[in-house]
Design a protein around this ligand. Structure first.
Ligand code: ZN
Length: 686
């Protein structure tokens, strides 16, 4: 036990906390696993046994069980995953040479009866007869409602070469979604379901996971020289014959992942709420949420932090530690305090980034690169962003366990939203540029709305028109839509509703409509129309200045009723300058069908500002005024409140003398354009 760990134990004991007990309640435990697994790194083979105690959570008797065998996605090129992905994920390509993997259940028994005969594969999503990722087991008798069945399962698996989350590269192993894992039997009422049914989807190229909660006890046997990082808390370690067995426990989880690599450099730290919760943030949260600081701090506990670093990135662990501590403080204040006693971060090697940027309960993977360790790369907060994003999943997939197969945005979109809030509040810039300027994370996410959509946000993850559509509609677009709701509702109403959602659905399974119900409480006008066009539709909005003129206005010229002619005054800049009037006409248009209110600001040459809010209901609005100064500029949405505006670049029209913007502001606009061009270019290749 290291010094940091001993100190931690002392802190926990002094605080009277049981390190294995969850603060803030606990989920309903349906699937409890006792697993023993051993790894042979020469062959990349895993052999395992598991005792699964599964309780029928539904009101109906069950005569068959469903299991996920995720690693069969990498079995051959006939699997649904390989057919859909073509052997690449997030730009990482599979190596066919020695790259395949599999998982075979070698035996399964219940009450002394061998079930192996009754095993068969199913493909509920696409009927692919060659897919082996869902296993169905016929039972000799039904499991009654509330009854616990204890199954004994043995299996053998080979890790794929890592390109899609799990696998190996050289001696590095990332072991996720790796054991025969029972599907979710959803009782009626769960996720608004009318009748109980199995929810056990195949492993798709674009989709993540869904599982039931339980307690895990996992014994991992590896060669002695391997450093193991795991979810949960280590309870024992024994050695014999050049191998070691480490036992971990994780209570109240629906997932268990681990990693092993002889090269890991391990760094430990402690999140201490007394030191690591910034006072200004506590005050801000207290004021916005309308709760006392004491109330917000209740439930905070020390959290043991472990960082499994590649040697070439070892020095970077401090920046991840800082990001991790800040994320723990932010989530604790704005969402609810982190209830587990530990969290671990895994830094994959640079040729194993396929395992990077992925969430598992109480353990996640980040990405880092030696090029980001020094100037100017150090200004790019990508590793910190990934750490914050993946830790955030500990909430949005971990404790609010939505179905990532069917509502991927509900996890990824909210995780991206909180990521941007946390990153942008902590760092001067997300992508800092060498000359002291930069771009914020929220702005980068927002660039996604510059391109048209062909899918709504809400779909089954494997049914978007392609990988990029899954990505934009699961991550950046919903994150930006939530930012839009935040702008419409205002800080107080938004964050109170957001927290109410998190507290209501902690240890439960929210749906899209549950999130929207929480947002309905903000009372934003026109919310149903907004929801129909964003979450369930593809509408966009692009406000733009269509016309802006400002001309000398003559009160009267020509013949009056008495037949008297008034001639136009002779206009020169020198004469009657102060007496002149100007007629200003501005037309602002709304392209797209998404209706949002927008501010329009007219700035006159004498510095006078005239603002109005247009409800955006018609396709265009004309503003006309006669005033003693010439129009200098029109700004549509000057405060950037319409974050869904497809093109903010056509929102400004300069018609007269304007104050010169500062050099820094110019550089910033330039940087923003640069990133947009870059991202548009990337899209055109995708
Ligand atoms: Zn994510």
């Amino acid at each position: 036990m290291s010094r940091a760990a001993r100190t931690l134990l002392g802190v926990l004991l002094a605080a009277g906390l049981d390190p294995s007990a969850l603060a803030l309640g606990a989920p309903r435990k349906v699937a409890n696993y006792d697993i023993a697994v051993s790894l042979d790194p020469k062959t990349h083979l895993f052999e395992g046994t598991e005792t699964l105690r599964w309780t029928n959570p539904s009101e109906a008797a069950v005569s068959d069980l469903k299991f996920h065998l995720y690693w069969n996605a990498f079995r051959n090129n006939r699997s649904t995953f390989m057919k859909e992905s073509g052997g690449q994920l997030s730009g990482d390509r599979m190596e066919k040479e020695n790259g395949w993997g599999f998982i075979d259940v070698t035996s399964m028994s219940w009450e002394g009866q061998d079930l192996t005969e009754g095993l068969r594969f199913e493909s509920p999503d696409d009927g692919n007869p060659d897919d082996r990722t869902v296993l169905s087991v016929a039972l000799p008798r039904s499991v009654a409602p509330g009854e616990t069945a204890t199954l004994k399962i043995s299996w053998k698996a080979k890790a794929p070469r890592v390109f899609a989350r799990a696998g190996y590269v050289r001696d590095f192993y990332f072991v996720g979604q790796w054991f025969p894992k029972i599907g979710v039997l959803e009782p009626s009422g769960s996720r608004r379901r009318a009748a109980p049914a199995w929810n056990c989807h195949q492993y798709h190229a674009a989709s993540e996971f869904f599982a039931d909660w339980g307690d895990y006890r996992v014994a991992i046997t590896v060669p002695e020289n391997f450093v193991v990082g795991s979810a949960g808390t280590k309870v024992s370690e024994t050695r014999s014959g050049g191998r070691k067995t480490l036992v971990y426990e994780l209570k109240g989880a629906h997932d268990f992942a681990w990693t092993a690599d002889p090269r890991f450099i391990v760094r430990e730290s402690l999140f201490d709420p007394a030191k690591d919760v910034p006072k200004e943030e506590l005050e801000r949260a207290s004021k916005t949420l309308g709760r006392t600081p004491e109330e917000l701090l209740r439930g905070f506990r020390p959290v043991k932090l472990t960082f499994y670093m590649q040697p070439e990135h070892a020095a970077a662990w401090r920046k991840h530690e800082d990001a991790q501590k800040w994320a723990l403080a932010w989530f604790g204040l704005w969402v609810f305090p982190y209830p587990y006693p530990q969290v671990s971060m895994v830094d994959p090697p640079e040729d194993g980034w396929g395992a990077g940027g992925m969430e598992y309960q109480t353990l996640y993977t980040t990405v880092d690169s030696r090029w980001l360790g020094f100037w100017p790369g150090s200004g790019l907060r990508i590793p910190e962003m990934v750490t914050i994003h993946e830790f955030g999943h500990g909430y949005w997939y971990g404790m609010l366990a939505s179905n990532e197969f069917e509502e991927s945005w509900l996890d990824e979109g909210i995780a991206s939203f909180t990521e941007a809030v946390i990153v942008d509040r902590h760092y001067p810039w997300y992508l800092g540029l060498p000359w002291g300027s930069g771009v914020r994370d929220e702005e980068v996410q927002r660039l996604i709305v510059a391109k048209p959509d062909f899918d709504p946000i809400l779909r089954n993850a494997w049914t978007y028109h392609g990988w990029t559509s899954y990505g934009r509609n699961s991550y950046e677009r919903p994150a930006t839509v939530i930012q839009q709701i935040r702008r419409l509702a205002g800080e107080e109403r938004f964050w109170r509703a957001f927290r109410a959602y998190a507290e209501r659905w902690r240890w439960d399974r929210p749906t899209t409509e549950d999130f929207l119900d929480a947002m309905r409480a903000t009372g934003v006008p026109g919310f149903e129309d907004f929801v129909r066009k964003t979450f369930y539709g593809t509408a966009f909005v692009d406000f733009q200045v269509l016309r802006a003129t400002s001309e000398v206005y003559d009160p009267f010229a020509g013949f009056d009723d008495a037949g008297k002619e008034t001639n136009l005054p002779k206009r020169t800049p020198e004469t009657k300058k102060d007496a002149r009037l100007f007629q200003t006409v501005v037309v602002v248009g709304r392209d797209g069908d998404l209706v949002l209110p927008v501010d329009v600001r007219l700035t006159f040459e004498n510095g006078q500002i005239w603002s109005t809010t247009w409800d955006g209901g018609e396709k265009w609005i004309r503003l006309r005024t006669v005033y003693g100064s010439k129009l200098a500029r029109v700004d549509v949405d000057p405060d950037g409140r319409v974050v869904l505006d497809r093109s903010p670049w056509n929102n400004v029209r300069v018609t007269g003398r304007v104050a010169t913007p500062s050099a820094a502001a110019k550089v910033r606009v330039y940087a923003f354009h640069l990133v947009q061009i870059l991202i548009s270019t990337l899209w055109s290749f995708a």
